[in-house]
Design a protein around this ligand. Structure first.
Ligand code: NAD
Length: 525
């Protein structure tokens, strides 16, 4: 019989599920050395966030087939080491959605009716009925930044309270948003139209200080902000300044840039801010479902079935890997490029596998494209295993077809993006075993998709390349390659520069300010 080691406290309901699948030992006392000594006897390991499942632990787990994490983040697990050893890592990413969504609604109503302030006032012996005149959420506009698992649950609840709900999410489709009664808009429009903005994005490179002074200034005067996502998403100094200036009427925070915040931090004492100590996921139900969700995943993996929430990729046979590898890299990089260059809400993606690519099993390449499209916007590690599930949750629509013709290439992978502002076409091929992008947003180019890149959309004029080059040189950014694609002489053009280091936001701003530049984007592949 299989043996499962549980090193942290998980819900009794979860332990019951595990006990039906195997013999279970709960050992809450194990230190690092104890875990290393014990792990060799077990087929599965179940942890929360305190146990460090290092490469050393994986190495010592000679019988180990699955590691389960009762919760979302897998930072405490060396997933690469697990993948190399063919060990499946499962988690429980859906378990706290409702808990966080309900807290968000609680914070919203607290802002509208000053419930915490009214409670303190009464406790201090006052009876200030006229001081606490609030406003109704009915008919107000709620703007959700991030319409993933939690954002969607908030949307459904806000709709039930007769709110108008807007959302900005670069990945979620119009159809998915429409299904839950949400209007998908661009970030600028969301900020300008919302009475209350609520944040539900992961903390990743692109969302650090997402809500900064400039974005706070775009809000309606007297708007409200709620953050139950992660502290680093909001620039706290800018938030305090916006509240003091009256630009924001109030804010509610469950999360902070430093947790716990220092006891005298202005962010927890400001009269217009309501705070709670990161209790979004703290409900009895969420704890129980984290335990059962992970237990079901572990039991499925032990029985040889595919677990619902697997974090890492299965083993690929070496022969298949050799043929597919460059196309997998191409697919993933095309996905990443599309994700970073398209800034308008997307309706659907159409993939076309042409030439030699039409003759092989296209499924791994499709998964690689999906992985590339989704990975920059997710806190979870997106892999070919979980990409379809995440895509389904976001309502991402992806169709595919094959064609024997591949223009003059032996194989061509085409991604057509149907977005609110029209169709965008990207394509790539493999030359001498190396992936090349040959069409970027309609422009014919030819570059190897890796590292730091700069894209400009501009009007083709003499001197344009020199002016951009001078600005980059002035900022000590070295250009390693340059490609220009244009529709016709002196008309719209695209320049792609490969760089030795990424261009800073400051250089981008000065490039965007040049005459004849329509857009400039820094892309990292
Ligand atoms: P999720 O991955 O299901 O959804 C996140 C969504 O944000 C995705 O749809 C993604 O496309 C979108 N997104 C990414 N970058 C974006 C950007 N720049 N602009 C707009 N949208 C963007 O995640 P989730 O489970 O819904 O979690 C949302 C947040 O809540 C995360 O930060 C998570 O860490 C946090 N969280 C907080 C608590 C708590 O206790 N307060 C508990 C659990 C999760």
């Amino acid at each position: 019989m299989d043996r499962i080691l549980v090193t942290e406290k998980i819900a009794a309901e979860g332990l019951d599920v595990l006990r039906q699948a195997a013999e279970v030992d709960v050992r809450l006392d194990l230190d690092k050395a104890g875990l290393l000594a014990a792990i060799g006897d077990y087929d599965a390991l179940v942890v929360r966030s305190a146990t460090k499942v290092t490469a050393e632990v994986i190495e010592a787990g000679k019988r180990l087939r699955v590691v389960g994490r009762a919760g979302t983040g897998v930072d405490n697990i060396d997933v690469n080491a697990a993948t190399r050893h063919g060990i499946i890592v499962v988690n429980a990413p859906a378990s706290n959605n409702v808990a966080v969504a309900e807290l968000t609604i609680g914070l919203l109503i607290s802002l509208a009716r000053s419930i915490p302030q009214a409670h303190s006032s009464l406790q201090s012996g006052k009876w200030e009925r006229t001081r606490f005149v609030g406003w109704e959420v009915r008919g107000k506009t709620l703007g959700l930044v991030g319409l993933g698992r939690i954002g969607s649950e908030v949307a459904v609840r806000a709709r039930a309270m007769a709110m108008h709900v807007l959302a900005y999410d670069p990945v979620v489709s119009f159809d998915r948003a429409a299904q839950i009664g949400v209007e998908l808009v661009a970030m600028d429009e969301l900020l300008q139209r919302s009475d209350v903005v609520s944040l539900h994005v992961p903390l990743v490179e692109g969302t650090r200080n997402l809500i900064d002074a400039a974005r706070l200034a775009q809000l309606k005067h007297g708007a409200y902000l709620i953050n139950a996502s992660r502290g680093g998403v909001v620039d706290e100094a800018a938030l305090l300044a916006a509240l003091d200036a009256g630009q924001l009427a109030g804010a509610a925070l469950d999360v902070f840039s430093q947790e716990p915040p220092p006891p005298d931090a202005p962010i927890i004492h400001h009269p217009k801010i309501i705070t709670v100590p990161h209790i979004g996921a703290s409900t009895a139900e969420a704890q129980t479902s984290a335990g059962t969700e992970v237990a079901e995943g572990v039991a499925a993996a032990l029985s040889g079935a595919t677990p619902r929430y697997a974090v890492n990729a299965p083993f690929v046979a070496p022969e298949a890997w050799a043929v597919l590898q460059p196309y997998l890299t191409l697919g993933r990089q095309l996905g990443r490029l599309v994700n970073q260059l398209i800034h308008s809400p997307v309706r659907s993606y159409d993939l076309e596998f042409c030439g030699e690519l039409a003759e092989v099993d296209t499924q791994p390449v499709r998964l690689a494209v999906l992985q590339g499209l989704l990975e920059a916007n997710s806190i979870e590690r997106v892999t070919p295993v979980n990409a379809p599930l995440i895509a389904r949750e976001r309502g991402v629509r992806l169709t595919e077809r094959t064609s024997p013709e591949a223009e003059s290439y032996s194989g061509l992978l085409v991604v057509r993006v149907q977005a609110a502002d029209g169709e965008h076409v990207f394509s790539g091929t493999v030359l001498r075993g190396e992936p090349h992008i040959v069409q970027a947003d309609g422009y014919f180019v030819d570059f190897v998709p890796q590292g730091a890149l700069l894209f400009t959309y501009h009007r083709d004029r003499p001197g344009m390349i020199g002016r951009v080059g001078t600005l980059l040189g002035g900022a000590d950014v070295n250009i390693s390659g340059m490609y220009v694609g244009r529709l016709a002489p002196r008309q719209q053009a695209m320049m792609v520069l490969t760089l030795d280091e990424p261009a800073s936001e400051e250089v981008l701003t000065s490039i965007r300010a040049l005459d004849d530049i329509d857009h400039a984007y820094s892309v990292t592949l």
